[in-house]
Design a protein around this ligand. Sequence first.
Ligand code: NAD
Length: 363
Amino acid sequence: MKVGILKEIKSEENRVSMTPSGVEVMIANGHELWVEKSAGVGSGFSDEDYIAAGAKIIDTPAEIYAECEMVMHVKEPQASEYDMVREDQIVFTYFHFAPDEPLTRAFVKNKSIAIAYETVEGDKGDLPLLTPMSEVAGRMSIQQGAKYLERYYGGRGMLMGGVTGVTPANVVVIGGGVVGTNAAMMACGLGAKVTILDMNLERLRYLSEIMPKNCFPMMSSPALLRDLVQEADVVVGAVLVAGAKAPKLVNREMLKTMKNGSVIVDVAIDQGGCFETSKPTTHGDPVYDVEGVIHYCVANMPGAVPMTSTMALTNATLPYALEIANKGWKKAAQDSRAIRTGLNMVGGKVTYKGVAEAFDLEY
Ligand code: NAD
């Protein structure tokens, strides 16, 4: 199959949908890879790297859309690309159709095969193409928390891990899923005292087994959270309630009890955030202050580390891309439940319930 790797054109997006090593694997399986000029530059991969892997470098997205049977992106195609997508062409990327009506209607109209990373579902109901980005955001939340604790950035002037004879920071992580577990692991590694909260007893049991001694998994409750935030130096928001906005677990009254120069990192901001005072920020202007507490609320945290994010994403997407290219989308969807759940549009028909319901479209 002829597969196209497009350059990302959405603002602040520097990832690319396949690394040169992924390209090499696809070519070894008999596919032809067309990569748009400078597609990998933002992630540290040059055109020469792709040529060495066997790809052909193409000047424009129009040529790729015109010739390739499958095209891959990281973010959803932008308005300038809508008319380039062809009937029956496979488009494999993060779409997030439900909040985006123009995108949804454009893909109904163009009659392509839209396979969305975000709905590909693993055997245990997990979302294997979202997990790597949650891992990145979770780990990064502690890096940011540690940075903003520094006096220069307005923080308490505290080293997260402390030093000999000096207490480390007190880190509270709300939510013990992928983001929260990765955040807690990083904070523990730096030597902080970490409390991780979840509502799911099974999850707490698992965390108690795997976490180091400086991590305390606890059942989340409003009373406990009220106590913990008063003592916290960094609080990470990492809750997710599937299909709903994040619950506001820390209100302004609780925020007022926090120490001056403490830091909150609201990773759940892409679902509305779990602090009453959170509002989305950008990498260019990531923090603001409310009641003396620094708020870091960047909605696309992995975008800051495109090299790592690209490699993590390609590790996860490559097996699916390969299966689709090897078998064609129909046979791949028949054989694999994961690919079937990824199908959002087929030839002008919406095939994912949540998307159809969002815009009252036929399903
Ligand atoms: P996940 O489903 O793996 O984990 C969420 C956890 O929250 C679950 O274990 C659940 O039991 C727990 N939870 C739910 N309600 C709770 C409550 N009231 N108190 C304590 N725990 C509660 O989800 P995830 O992959 O870890 O993602 C977490 C959030 O981070 C999501 O909103 C996701 O969209 C977001 N995210 C943001 C970025 C970013 O760049 N800002 C990147 C990746 C993920």
